[in-house]
Design a binder for this molecule. Structure first.
Ligand SMILES: CC(C)(COP(=O)(O)OP(=O)(O)OC[C@H]1O[C@@H](n2cnc3c(N)ncnc32)[C@H](O)[C@@H]1OP(=O)(O)O)[C@@H](O)C(=O)NCCC(=O)NCCSC(=O)C(=O)O
Length: 414
């Protein structure tokens, strides 16, 4: 089963390795799992020099995640791409001392321990910024650094529920839904990376002072749906699950074609909806009082969906998409991952490129997204073996003596 993959890796273009806009930015990634280290991955894609530390012997939990191939975590491959990998135990005094030594030479430090843990280790922001006032510290946690829930362990899964997102996601007669991938972690990674860049900009134009960024996964996730708060505040509406429909816009749904394939449609503008009715040979619906405008369509959304589903269900996907495309109706196929790999549009965009990985051999890698015109960045390596850069980092770069290095190894600090 593991060898039955269908991406023809040999046909992919070689991986892009362009200059990155963040070249010279040094990031110490002390974080674990998804949300926080993923922020560092985004920075690394643009050329930041990210050094990622793992607990010696144990390593990052993502290494043990279920998606294993030839004994290697595939999630790790993409999560730790472009990073140098060292080991460093912050729960040992020698490891703590080492962090205090390292931060002198970094611009950004990223951590995601439960609030209070870094302080317990003598590595709180006050200590670190006294050593390096320019240091930008990205702290990612489940609930933020303050408030009654601050010290609770947090996960993206909990954040989807706690933030209000899961409650409005899914079919109205089914339980609240959580995305089939670490959605909240990805969102917190993006807000974290964005805040780091804002702090770097401010530091560089305003006299060089670092900042502490308090990135709560629950709040990053809530921020996605914050206009539903206004709906509650101003109109007293508690938004509920509405399947694929959106309380703001109609039509908006997925529809099954006669060959069993699915498409999604978004009636984002009045013109698109009118063109859709014409393609469906139902021009009279344009003046139907139920469907005159977005407001009336929302009031009659069940009727609207029935009309669209009936028409879509009578034609194969290829025909539906072709006819909608000819009329510039906004519709798209619902793809599984193999269809994403094979789609000519994604191929033309070089979504997947080819990289030679020491553990996996030739492997596809997703290009840097989004690309910058002058400094597109690139991927020089996928996630590798724990501690693979220990010697070059600690001995050649940090300047530890062989003896210091051996002693730290002996006590399990690296
Ligand atoms: C992930 C956590 C629930 C894990 O909780 P805990 O296992 O209780 O760890 P703590 O935060 O208390 O941190 C202390 C422990 O960190 C472990 N640890 C890991 N790496 C290190 C290094 N390099 N050095 C020292 N210690 C380390 C070690 O086992 C420590 O245990 P001791 O030595 O015994 O102290 C929590 O860290 C957390 O809430 N983090 C913030 C939110 C977050 O990032 N969640 C994961 C998002 S990813 C996600 O949701 C998802 O993938 O799904």
């Amino acid at each position: 089963m593991a060898d039955q993959h269908t991406v023809d890796v040999s046909a992919l273009p070689p991986v892009e390795q362009g200059r990155g806009a963040l070249e010279g930015l040094r990031v110490l990634d002390l974080a674990t799992m998804m949300a926080a280290p993923w922020a560092a991955t985004y920075l690394a894609d643009y050329g930041a020099d990210v050094v990622k530390a793992e607990l010696p012997g144990t390593g990052d939990p993502v290494r043990k995640w279920g998606t294993q191939y030839k004994g290697v975590s595939l999630a790790w491959k993409t999560l730790a791409r472009n990073k140098r990998l060292i080991t460093l135990a912050m729960n040992k005094p020698e490891g703590q001392e080492l962090v205090r030594r390292l931060v002198k030479d970094f611009d950004v430090l990223i951590e995601n321990f439960r609030p209070g843990v870094m302080e317990r280790w003598g590595l709180g922001p006050d200590v670190l910024q006294e050593i390096n006032p320019k240091l930008i510290i990205l702290r990612t946690s489940g609930y933020g650094q303050t408030g009654p829930f601050a010290e609770r362990p947090g996960f993206g899964t909990l954040a989807e529920g706690f933030s209000g997102l899961a409650y409005i996601t899914g079919a109205d007669d089914r339980p609240p839904s959580i995305a089939g991938y670490p959605l909240a972690d990805g969102v917190a990674a993006l807000t974290g990376a964005m805040a780091v860049l804002a702090a770097v900009y401010w530091r560089d134009v305003n006299g060089g002072k670092g900042q502490v960024i308090d990135n709560a996964i629950t709040e990053a996730t809530y921020r996605l749906i914050d206009y539903t708060m206004l709906d509650w505040e101003k109109r007293g509406v508690i938004r509920k699950r509405s399947g694929n429909r959106l309380a703001d816009l109609a039509p908006r749904n997925t529809y099954q074609c006669s060959d069993g394939h699915w498409i999604s449609i978004s009636g984002g503008t009045q013109a698109i909806v009118e063109r859709m009715f014409r393609v469906m040979d139902r021009p009279e619906l344009i003046t139907d009082p139920r469907f005159l405008d977005n407001e009336t369509r929302l009031q009659n959304v069940a009727d609207l969906d029935e009309v669209i589903a009936e028409w879509v269900g009578r034609h194969p996907q290829e025909e539906v998409l072709r006819r909608f495309e000819e009329a510039r109706v906004a519709a798209a196929a619902v793809h599984d991952i193999s269809q994403v790999a094979e789609h000519p549009h994604f191929k033309a965009r070089e979504l997947l490129q080819r990289i030679d990985d020491p553990e996996l051999g030739p492997t596809s890698v997703t290009h840097v997204h989004p690309r910058l015109s002058e400094t597109p960045g690139g991927v020089s390596r996928l996630g590798g073996v724990m501690g693979q850069d220990n010697e070059s980092f600690y001995l050649d770069e940090v300047g530890l003596s062989e003896e210091e290095y051996r002693k730290l190894k002996d006590v399990g600090a690296i």
